[in-house]
Design a protein around this ligand. Structure first.
Ligand code: ADP
Ligand code: MG
Length: 872
């Protein structure tokens, strides 16, 4: 069978999009695959003929495969890799050894985690998140689809495996495609079956794993976990070894941050999708990739457990107060490699000598890190010190010693040519090295010995690929060459010879070199497997270093930006003195503001002109609470934060529309979700919600939502609105207060003070903005006039053409002008008597309505009724 035929056969067996097949020193793509890879990666495509046909062919050298596979997977391809196995020279077999997919790509480097997710819907929802590059394996349940999306958004997986029950759900799949920027893969349904999945989980983590972690066999979470394991095994069985721990969590361990909130608060990316300008970007001073990953995870998974938060706070505080020790710690951590990933690579049988060398160098830093943590007494008693107590330092030292005796200092890139290991590591290897040395010495001395024996001066011994070892003698002296010299090549100025003894030595050298390379490879594999077996505690060590890096980063930021440690309480307190926005304060001369919740002000209506700082203020409050529940210090002079169970933010559809994302429908779905999900312990931020529809619709919805949040949900809430009408709620609802962002108008100029003050804003600046924008003076003046009249609930005369003046009354309830003939004479009673009985009834009704007692939605209904009665 020809190579191309073999390729096509293998390709037919896998469900991957592309196949890279090893042929000698290259991985080749043939036929259609060659063309696609050639286009995607700008590889040269040549022709290969086989059995009378000609096929496109593109290839990459064996040692260079990694970046190509990574690039193809980044483009969303699944790439199967078929390796060749040489049992003996004539019998080469090839088989697919792994499939690289977006969620199982081992080639990942850099700070970002790379998650594969499996999602199951049964009675409840179950989710599993696996990062094969670091061995992270999280599982959880969720109460409903929205909660499932919360978790999906937190982990931002590269690839999602929907369970069989979700595949027919087009709505879910569509939302998944929209919300998660992930490849969807329909993995074999059987893997999700309760029995099979439970078995897979027990197989991987031990029989007792489920019980000891309090996870039920056959539950949706376990089905998701089992399916994820099966998929990992399917794409590459070797990687399973890197998954050493199952880390179940409960959604209520974390502060609920639904997908929209995570996006609105710009935790790890801005609304525009940029990393720069995000909270993480502003805060990140980590010095290692793993530390950055940890800090990101903390920001998207804030906690509710006060003791754990206070532990982090203490560590951050101690590190913030010990700049020298912090510097020493960060110096040491900065030299660390990504131990979590390296351990996984070793466990997956994929680490090369450089990788193990990096493990060794990182382990050598552990004592340095420990020193940094002990020299300063302030740190010695802090929880920062405890982080390192959790790792098995003795076991780590054991690995380090083994690697120190084993690994050569500067190993070659390939594993097949020897030079990986040190002398003294293995007796058999030492014997080969000694033998090699003896031959080398003989060869090295040969030229001198022959020069002396033959009495010549131009003789040297050398080696090249075609001639092997040879003796080279200058032309002028070739007469002195003895009988046993056999000429192998004649050059212009010299001749090359060999002898039987030299040939024998050469054979010996080659044999020893080959044996050495084979032996070193075998020993290296054993060493790698052994390190792979240590993956569990190596990963723990990596995680500890990452945690220290993240803590030191928070400390660094707190110290540099005068952040303070917030007091955490269980109650519903929220008092922030001189709070700032953590991101905006980095680039702006920021005006600090207080926030005080509590009695009579659980719900605050925030008013103020456009661009005055309403949105910034509310986000700042949300971010201070979030940072407090990350265990971080916060941007404020002081803060007391009652722990929240969730933070919910919504931005009105108009602002969202500017981002090209949302519709009024979505805005309402999201509002509905908050009204359902938020509790007394939540923080709710509503920014211009209701804005996506007609004014009176919007007011009514905002009004009713406020009542509901205040009366039923009782959450702490901030509601920025340009509906001035809402400020009236403070008079009627005991927990509602008004605040406004102040602006000053002097001589027709508005200055934004950025200061939040008590009470509602006294005027709308919309007309002023119209003026600033260059709207013609007559229009601006007329607007002022209309506004004043509307405020006083006076009739406004609609200006028609001069000849036909029309009188109209603006009805604040319906939002419409009720028209009347301008020439209708007399007062109201005359006007009224001209009406028919239907209209009379409407007016009676209208008189009876108590505007203060009737909810706006009901009012709206009444107005509609009246209108239809009048139309009849
Ligand atoms: P609004 O929501 O009221 O329209 P924004 O919150 O969007 O206003 O703020 C408008 C601008 O003012 C933003 O560019 C923001 O950076 C700036 N800003 C807001 N609050 C402050 C503050 N306290 N100090 C300094 N600049 C601020
Ligand atoms: Mg705003």
């Amino acid at each position: 069978m020809g190579i191309v035929e073999e390729f096509l056969d293998l390709k037919a067996e896998t469900d991957a999009d592309l196949l890279a097949m090893q042929v000698g020193d290259f991985y080749e793509f043939f036929a259609e695959d060659a063309r696609r890879v050639g286009d995607a990666l700008d590889l040269k495509v040549s022709e290969k003929s086989s059995h009378g046909s000609s096929y496109p062919m593109a290839g990459v050298p064996v040692d260079d495969l990694t970046p190509y596979v990574a690039a193809l997977v980044e483009r969303g391809h699944r790439v199967a890799i078929a390796d060749q196995r040489e049992d003996d020279a004539d019998d080469i077999t090839r088989e697919v050894t792994r499939v690289a997919t977006p969620g199982t790509l081992l080639e990942a480097t850099g700070a970002d985690a790379r998650y594969l997710a499996a999602v199951v819907r049964d009675d409840g929802w179950g989710l599993a998140f696996v990062d094969v590059t670091t061995g992270q394996f999280h599982v959880t349940d969720a109460d409903g689809e929205a909660d499932a999306f919360t978790e999906l958004y937190r982990f931002a997986p590269e690839e999602v495996l929907p369970g069989p029950d979700l595949r027919g759900d087009d709505d879910f799949l569509a939302r998944l495609r929209e919300r998660a920027d992930a490849t969807l893969t329909l993995h074999e349904a059987g893997a999700f079956a309760p029995g099979k999945a439970t078995h897979a989980v027990r197989d991987q983590f031990g029989d007792g794993a489920l019980d000891s972690l309090g996870v039920d066999a056959g539950s949706p979470a376990v089905r998701a976990a089992g399916a994820a394991l099966a998929y990992v095994a399917d794409t590459d069985a070797g990687v399973l070894a890197s998954l050493t721990r199952l880390q179940p969590y409960r959604a209520d361990d974390h502060v609920e941050l639904d997908a929209t909130t995570q996006r609105n608060l710009e935790l790890t990316a801005t609304m525009a999708g940029e990393g720069e300008g995000s909270l993480f970007d502003a805060l990140d001073h980590t010095v290692s990739a793993a530390g950055g990953r940890r800090l990101q995870a903390w920001l998207t998974r804030p906690l509710r457990d006060r003791s754990e938060l206070e532990r982090r706070q203490q560590a951050v505080g101690a590190l913030a107060d010990a700049p020298l020790a912090r510097d020493a710690l960060r110096d040491a951590l900065g030299d660390a490699y990504d131990l979590e990933r390296l351990a996984s690579k070793a466990a997956g049988g994929r680490a090369d000598a450089t990788d193990l060398l990096r493990v060794r160098r990182t382990l050598a830093l552990v004592p340095e890190v420990a020193d940094a943590l002990t020299t300063d007494p302030a740190l010695a008693d802090s929880p920062a010190r405890d982080v390192l107590e959790r790792v098995d330092r003795e076991a780590l030292a054991g690995v380090r010693e083994e690697l120190e005796t084993a690994l050569a200092e500067d190993p070659p890139k390939t594993l097949r040519q020897g030079g990986l290991l040190c002398e003294g590591y293995d007796d058999e290897l030492d014997a080969l090295l000694a033998e090699h040395r003896e031959h080398r010495e003989w060869l090295d001395g040969l030229a001198d010995r022959e020069k002396e024996r033959l009495g010549v001066t131009h003789l040297q011994v050398d080696r090249n690929k075609t001639d092997g070892y040879y003796l080279q003698v200058g032309r002028s002296e070739t007469d002195a060459v003895p009988e046993e010299y056999r000429e192998v090549k004649s050059l212009k100025n010299s001749k090359r010879y060999t002898t039987e003894a030299l040939e024998a030595r050469e054979r010996e050298v080659l044999r020893v070199e080959e044996e050495r390379a084979d032996l070193e490879y075998r020993l290296f594999e054993e060493l790698r497997d052994w390190v792979g077996e240590c993956a569990g505690f190596l990963q723990d060590a990596g995680r500890a270093l990452a945690e220290l890096d993240a803590l030191a980063s928070l400390a660094e930021h707190a110290a540099a930006n005068r952040w303070v440690r917030p007091e955490l309480t269980e109650g519903d307190a929220l008092d922030i003195e001189a709070g700032r926005h953590p991101v905006v304060e980095q680039t702006t001369e920021f005006v600090p503001n207080d926030a005080r919740f509590g009695d009579g002000r659980r719900f605050q209506v925030v008013t103020g002109p456009n661009m005055s700082g309403k949105s910034t203020y509310m986000r700042q409050v949300a971010l201070v609470v979030l940072l407090a529940q990350v265990g971080s210090f916060v941007p404020a002079d002081s803060a007391r934060v009652g722990l929240v169970d969730g933070i919910y933010t919504r931005v009105g559809a108009l602002d969202e529309l500017a981002q090209g994302r949302s519709t009024f429908m979505v805005e309402m779905q999201e509002l509905s979700r908050i009204l359902h999900a938020a509790t007394e312990d939540s923080l709710v931020i509503l920014d211009e919600v209701g804005r996506g529809t007609a004014t009176y619709d919007g007011i009514s919805i905002a009004w009713a939502a406020t009542e509901y949040l205040h009366n039923e949900v009782r959450a702490k809430a901030l509601f920025a609105t340009h509906y001035h009408e809402l400020t009236a709620l403070a008079d009627h609802l005991s927990g509602v207060a008004n605040v406004h962002v102040a602006a000053e108008e002097r001589d027709g100029d508005v200055t934004f003070l950025r200061t939040v003050r008590e009470g509602a804003t006294d005027r709308s600046y919309g007309v002023h903005v119209a003026d600033l924008a260059g709207v013609p003076d007559p229009v601006v003046e007329r607007s002022r006039d209309v506004l004043d009249r509307l405020r006083e609930e006076k009739a406004v005369e609609a200006k028609g053409s001069a000849s036909e003046s029309v009188q109209a009354v603006f009805d604040v309830d319906s939002g419409e002008f009720a028209e009347a003939e301008a020439d209708a004479e007399g007062d109201g009673s005359e006007f009224e008597s001209a009406l028919d009985s239907d209209a009379e009834a409407v007016l009676d009704d209208l008189r009876d309505v108590d505007v203060n007692e009737t909810p706006p939605v009901e009012l709206l209904g009444k107005v509609q009724d009246w209108q239809s009665q009048l139309e009849d």
